[in-house]
Design a binder for this molecule. Structure first.
Ligand code: PGA
Length: 251
């Protein structure tokens, strides 16, 4: 059975004090959750080591929001997967549309990053999603298929045990505009089909595919009830522990 996952992407929000407080509240409230959902939080790099301490002994896992495409050395400003590993990070988000759009993250770079993460035992939340122009031109299925395969073609069925896919339509991120549950479901189904063609039905059925884009307590239940939606990657609503936990309680 594939895992249900709710992951909080804090983006560039919270200073250290506020971040630790938020992590603490998430841990406290996570005791309300049953075992049918895994909870992950992805604070900024500066918070990871101390947030990891807050998460000790809890059921909340720790993720980074990005990692370097190089192993170590003279790469000023970068953070390596070994560094993430050393602060007990279990996951990293990769390929978020904000990274692709504002920081020129290419498919080729993403392949390198995912390879490094998996080699070091860090699981990956790999993001795909079309922008508004592509959706309006009715190209969303093609765009998402291409984004998914350009990168995942370089990986094996075994690697897929450590990769979660997140579908995040760019037009729904931080806009308050959520994809309808039908719009999200049909893309998730398409992603699962593409995974089945490449890796086989069994791998596709075992891969968690999360929805992201203005997911909140009010719409999570309907989204998560869809056959191919296995949880959410949550931005804005992950900055309030109560909302984040309410979303996780929507399964
Ligand atoms: P949002 O962000 O929930 O604020 O729309 C989601 C994301 O970008 O991961």
């Amino acid at each position: 059975m594939r895992k249900n996952i709710v992951a909080g992407n804090w983006k560039m929000n919270t200073d250290l004090v506020a971040g630790l407080q938020l992590a603490k509240e998430v841990v406290e409230k996570s005791s309300q959750l049953s075992d049918n959902v895994s909870l992950i939080i992805a604070p900024p790099f500066t918070h990871l080591a101390l947030v990891a301490k807050e998460l000790e002994g809890s059921k909340v896992a720790l993720s980074a929001q990005n990692c370097a495409d190089k192993e170590a050395g003279a790469y000023t400003g970068e953070v390596s997967v070994d560094m993430l590993k050393s602060v007990n990070c279990q996951y990293t988000i990769l390929g978020h549309s904000e990274r692709r759009e504002y920081y020129g993250e290419t498919d080729a770079k993403l392949v390198e990053k995912i390879k490094l993460a998996l080699a070091k035992g860090i699981d990956v939340i790999f993001c795909v999603g079309e922008n508004l122009e592509q959706r309006e031109a009715n190209k969303h299925f093609d765009v998402v298929t291409e984004q998914t395969m350009n990168v995942l073609n370089h990986f094996s069925a075994e690697d897929m045990k450590h990769i979660v896919v997140a579908y995040e339509p760019v037009w729904a991120i931080g806009t308050g505009k959520t994809a309808s549950s039908e719009q999200a479901q049909e893309i998730h189904e398409c992603i699962r089909k593409v995974l089945a063609e490449k890796f086989g039905v069994e791998v596709a059925e075992e891969t968690s595919i999360l929805y992201g884009g203005s997911c909140k307590p009010a719409n999570a239940k309907e989204l998560f009830a869809q056959k191919d939606i296995d949880g959410g990657l949550i931005g804005g609503a992950a900055l309030k522990a109560e909302d984040f936990i309410q979303i996780a309680l929507s399964f």
